[in-house]
Design a protein around this ligand. Structure first.
Ligand code: UDP
Ligand code: MG
Length: 314
């Protein structure tokens, strides 16, 4: 029997857990032909979360958990989940029931059809402000314009990943993690499933705008080093302006047969030296970008099939 691991990062979720467990239990009991593992990653919760999980585990052997020594953040909780999951596929889910467990059979269905990464795309975002919706839309646009890796819009972390995607992600050990960009980067056969994102059942969101902005910046910088190129691009117009102004000053001096004015010389010098400085920054940026990419130590590529056999990335 195939095993499905459901990975749930949880941080101060004592209010949502009872409802979550109830709905998951109902779902698991209704599906006979798969074995389930629910893997909680307790991300340093300060409330009763860990005790609840332990309680469930006593009653239900399908539950296991990883307990962090402190709060490391959801991204790190997710990679820990991948490291400990034993399933033939994993499903990421939030603890607050914003990702409906009832969608899981559909995710599994597409997995059985041969898709490696079945991701749930938000149809609507109930209980979220227009500002959050708008900013997230703009963010995806900007991100996509910066990289040639295709990015899935309006998807969270709710998705099913085949074992070989799990193996691939396990190899990506960078500490500044951005799962969304990693799911895109690994590629493989992807399938989109639409769903309505519900409001959180209980408790409060762990995000605030600062955290979201941090996440957005991490997303851009983990995907691409193109911001480092800004310098190089700015230096080009600077040199063009310098050149035009230089021609203009020289021509004016010759036509009116005057000597070059002090302010003109100063403008020329400022343009020249700022151009040189910006260019040098750009050059440093290029090398820094290369060091950054190398230091991530990712595999250079991932193979889909070898001689007709699925590559598992082991
Ligand atoms: N979470 C976590 N560590 C953190 C913050 C959040 O493991 O430092 C978990 C949280 O328990 C939940 C999921 O990540 O299961 C999503 O968090 P939340 O619902 O607060 O985010 P939102 O849905 O508002 O984006
Ligand atoms: Mg949530």
């Amino acid at each position: 029997m195939k095993k499905v691991s459901i990975i749930i990062p949880a941080y101060n979720e004592e209010e949502s857990l009872p409802l979550l467990y109830e709905r998951l239990k109902k779902l698991m009991d209704s599906i006979q032909n798969y074995e389930f593992e629910i893997l909680f990653v307790n991300d340093g919760s300060k409330d009763n979360t860990i005790n609840l999980i332990k309680e469930y585990r006593e009653k239900d052997p399908r539950i296991s958990y990883v307990d962090f020594s402190r709060n490391f953040g959801k991204e790190i909780a997710m990679i820990a989940g991948l490291d400990y999951a034993k399933g033939d596929c994993v499903i990421f889910m939030d603890a607050d029931l914003q990702d409906p467990p009832e969608l899981i059979p559909e995710l599994i269905k597409y997995w059985e059809e041969g898709y490696d990464d079945v991701y749930a795309k938000r149809n609507s975002r109930k209980g979220e402000t227009w500002l959050k919706k708008f900013t997230s839309k703009m963010y995806y646009r900007v991100l996509q314009s910066l990289t040639n890796v295709p990015i899935q819009k309006d998807t969270g972390d709710f998705r099913l990943l085949d074992k070989r995607c799990v193996n691939a992600l396990r190899k990506m050990r960078e500490s500044q993690r951005n799962s969304k960009s990693m799911f895109s980067w690994i590629g493989y056969k992807k399938k989109e499933v639409l769903y309505d994102r519900d409001p959180r059942v209980a408790g409060k969101t762990k995000w605030n705008y600062k955290k979201l902005i941090d996440l957005a910046i991490d997303g851009i910088t983990s995907f691409t080093t193109s911001p480092l190129r800004i310098s190089t691009y700015i230096s080009i117009p600077t040199f063009i302006i310098l050149f035009i102004y230089f021609i203009y000053v020289i021509a004016k001096c010759i036509i009116t047969s005057t000597v070059i004015q002090a302010y003109q010389a100063i403008i020329l010098l400022i343009l020249f030296f700022s151009g040189v400085q910006i260019l040098l920054f750009g050059i440093i940026g290029e090398y820094l970008g290369r060091i950054f990419n190398e230091s991530k130590n990712r595999p250079l590529y991932l193979v889909n099939e070898y001689n007709g056999k699925k590559e598992m990335n082991e």
